[in-house]
Design a protein around this ligand. Sequence first.
Ligand code: NAP
Length: 474
Amino acid sequence: MLDAEIVIVGAGFSGLGMAIQLKQHGNESFVVLEQAAEVGGTWRDNAYPGCACDIPSMLYSFSFERGSGWTRTYPRQPELLEYLKTVAEKRGLLSHIRFNARLDEARFDEETSTWRVRIADGAMLTCRFLISAMGPLSKPKFPDVPGIDRFAGESFHSARWRHHVDLRGKNVVVIGTGASAIQFVPQIAPQAGKLTILQRTPPWIIPRGDAEVGPLRRALRRWAPGYAWLVRKLVYWSQEVRAIGFVVNPKLLEAREKLIRRYIERSVTDPDLRRKVTPEYRAGCKRILISDDYYPAIQRENVELVTTPLAEIREHSVVDANGREYPADVVIYGTGFKATEGIVPARVYGRGGAELSEKWRDGMSAYLGTTVAGYPNLFFLIGPNTGLGHNSMIFMMEAQYRYILSALDEVKRRGATSVEVKPEVQAHFNERLQAKMKGTVWATGCSSWYQDANGKNVSLWPGFTFAYRRLTAR
Ligand code: NAP
């Protein structure tokens, strides 16, 4: 006896979109499990000051629920969270969602071709299909540094911001200079007494050019759908052309680097600081960041950028590898996520009781980032090698929705009880994918969260997004 035909795990962007698509497809037999008390996923958890998306709002929204009220070119976290909450309510998803229900274990029963799903409070659910929408960037990562637990002041990760901590006049130490840190540093720099930033690798940063969307443009988007559609297409293609340098010929990025170096020269006056913030790896190997206020922030009198590696954390200070000690009342970790662990944060047992994270110990892999041999009726949203360095993830998710829906239809059409990728098909797909990866900018010698412990890029799609859409068309 099934509790629901489908269980979706996660009510973030990808899970909510999947639920809408099922409903549009006439399928109401689904339950969404959400570990938190509200929807939103990454846009609920990342509430740090200055948090925003670096893909324009006209593209960073569902094509079937575009939202016409976006107030800025680049949507800020509160507006994105509001969008997701509104969409969930408007589309009647709330009655399908079980909040405070963290997936603990999922086990495939070969006799009945069903998944037995256990929630952390012990409750059990039986379903035919399981769709994981857990998001790779959900598990915060902390540096592996001695003394981290000894720190006596306030400390927190950017994805778990403690808004009650008053930073005014305090000695604040920030560790990391990734996408999150360059957004919150300009916000907290004016408050802190002294702000010390520990940088391990400088990011490539280009101007952001964010702007308010005026009432006239908002009205046009609302009342002239053709105009909104055209803008969305233009934004999509302006992002997509960037893939040429990333996946076809990384040497093309040299010209871009020259332009960015000139931007750094114009933006950073002190030659020593300029040297520190100028990257030495190929632009794009790590995500290219966008900001207009990071360089001004790090040139404030009360801000110091330290490039000596972090060595230790003591009760009231942070110490670098030269033994220099930086007094700290607050330490903020902008140190990113355990991306290669985030996709399966629970135990998932497939055929023969094989546990998925065990199977993936030497590297995650799937077919089209969506299905895994030995795990029938299980689908991943934003699974292995579906991430992007150049365009909107919503586009990839929507390709996956279509793919999953057509698989479900096919099962029904054939009167089957399960669907599963053949191991040799999955292996062949991944051989080709990794061969293609070798020619991309992500294989030009930097280290990043895209790679797993063995240095294999298991996160990104090494091609154009329209190619992925074509491959998932049937
Ligand atoms: P991240 O890009 O992984 O950056 C982590 C930072 O911490 C890096 O600068 C890293 O240095 C540094 N770090 C890690 N361990 C360290 C140590 N022991 N000592 C010193 N520095 C250390 O994480 P994130 O900034 O949270 O961003 C993660 C991803 O989330 C982004 O790539 C993006 O996909 C997404 N994101 C998007 C937005 C947006 O849309 N605007 C905003 C935030 C996040 P290394 O570079 O040397 O490893």
